[in-house]
Design a binder for this molecule. Structure first.
Ligand SMILES: Cc1cc2nc3c(=O)[nH]c(=O)nc-3n(C[C@H](O)[C@H](O)[C@H](O)COP(=O)(O)OP(=O)(O)OC[C@H]3O[C@@H](n4cnc5c(N)ncnc54)[C@H](O)[C@@H]3O)c2cc1C
Length: 317
């Protein structure tokens, strides 16, 4: 079996950025991608300099085309089903009908979001229900906005989202997840945020309008609804025994701030998988950091596998 220098699991923004650095260092890289980007529900992506407003799949496709130009990098549409660390320091990854082996592993697997259990919400996700006002707030034209609480920290999202609302302000649907105290109520009122304590029974409507149906049947219409999903990292990180960092909205893989190496030597993590602040630009930057971190670990240190030494011994590429 070929032993690749690096296996990158996740071929979206972070994984492709890591692979690009490694391909440019002429390293043998295999990228596996299951094709489920976190933002696949949105028609347009915003806030990524130079590609503001471009469909998110197109940004990923451009990245893939960049990486595909490097002959030492292979891109494969496949899901990594399992992973194990071998005693010799390599990693073995199984895909359907195949097995792959590498000296280093990059987890660029993103996260899986769990939305609050409100009927209709999944149909609106990425269309008129969003997580990030920087990504989607501007297009809502300073309309009346909604925030759906998933816990007490959603108060901060309501205060933030008020920056993008017009004269009608924000309605904060606490939905049984947050019971603001007097100080919080005063803070919300000062920002033109109205608190709606009735439970949310359904959300629907056609973009750019969301109709929120409350317990008892009353309806509130907003131009867009913001919420913080609870997210979790890939099972692969758990199987490898990588340390996690807990955040109020789910766990991410703990990784060195500079090299992005995890608590498991030889395993690196980048992008949303390892960073609670989600944005394409940050995922790309994190992938660049991980790519350089992986490369340095191949060049220097006790488990190094320098290309120059390999070429001198075997005449390999
Ligand atoms: C609705 C929505 C809209 C958003 N809009 C914006 C926006 O406008 N602008 C912006 O900057 N950010 C936006 N974001 C955030 C952005 O989507 C993320 O920050 C970004 O996708 C993170 O990139 P990533 O490469 O880390 O992970 P992802 O893009 O999520 O990619 C992870 C990849 O890994 C693959 N993968 C996972 N497990 C495996 C496995 N076992 N085997 C193989 N492959 C695997 C997945 O299939 C996926 O292709 C949005 C997020 C959401 C939820």
């Amino acid at each position: 079996m070929i032993i690749h220098d690096v296996l990158v699991i996740g071929g979206s923004y972070a994984g492709l950025a890591a692979a690009l650095q490694l391909g440019r260092a002429r390293r043998d890289v295999l990228v596996l991608d299951a094709g489920e980007r976190r933002n696949r529900f949105a028609s347009h992506a915003h806030g990524f300099l130079g590609q503001d407003g471009v469909p998110p799949g197109e940004i990923a496709a451009r990245g893939r085309a960049d990486v595909a130009r490097y002959p030492t990098v292979a891109l494969r549409d496949a899901r990594a089903l399992s992973v194990r660390a071998e005693p010799d320091g390599t990693f073995v990854v199984a895909t359907e009908g195949d097995t792959h082996r590498a000296h280093r592993l990059v987890l660029a697997t993103g996260v899986v979001d769990t939305l609050p259990a409100v009927p209709g919400l999944t149909d609106l996700w990425g269309d008129s229900a969003f997580v990030c006002p920087y990504c989607h707030g501007y297009e809502l034209d300073e309309g009346h906005l909604g925030v759906l609480a998933s816990g007490p920290l959603s108060l901060h999202q309501a205060v933030l989202v008020a920056e993008w609302a017009g004269a009608d302000g924000v309605t904060y649907f606490t939905n049984g997840a947050h019971d603001p105290d007097d100080a919080e109520l005063a803070e919300l009122a000062a920002r033109n945020v109205r608190v709606e304590p009735r439970l949310v029974r359904h959300v629907g409507g056609a973009s750019p309008r969301v109709v929120v149906t409350l317990d008892g049947g009353a309806e509130v219409t907003v131009a867009g609804l913001f919420l913080a999903p609870i997210s979790r990292p890939s099972e692969l990180a758990l199987a490898l025994g990588c340390d996690l960092t807990e955040t109020p909205f789910g766990a991410v893989v703990a990784a060195d701030p500079m090299t992005r190496e995890t608590s498991v030597p030889g395993v690196f993590a980048c992008g949303d998988a390892a960073n609670p602040m989600a944005a394409i630009a940050l995922a790309v930057a994190d992938g660049v950091r991980a790519g350089a971190g992986v490369h340095r670990s191949l060049v220097m240190g006790p488990a190094a596998r320098p290309r120059a030494a390999r070429s001198a011994v075997s005449g390999a590429r």
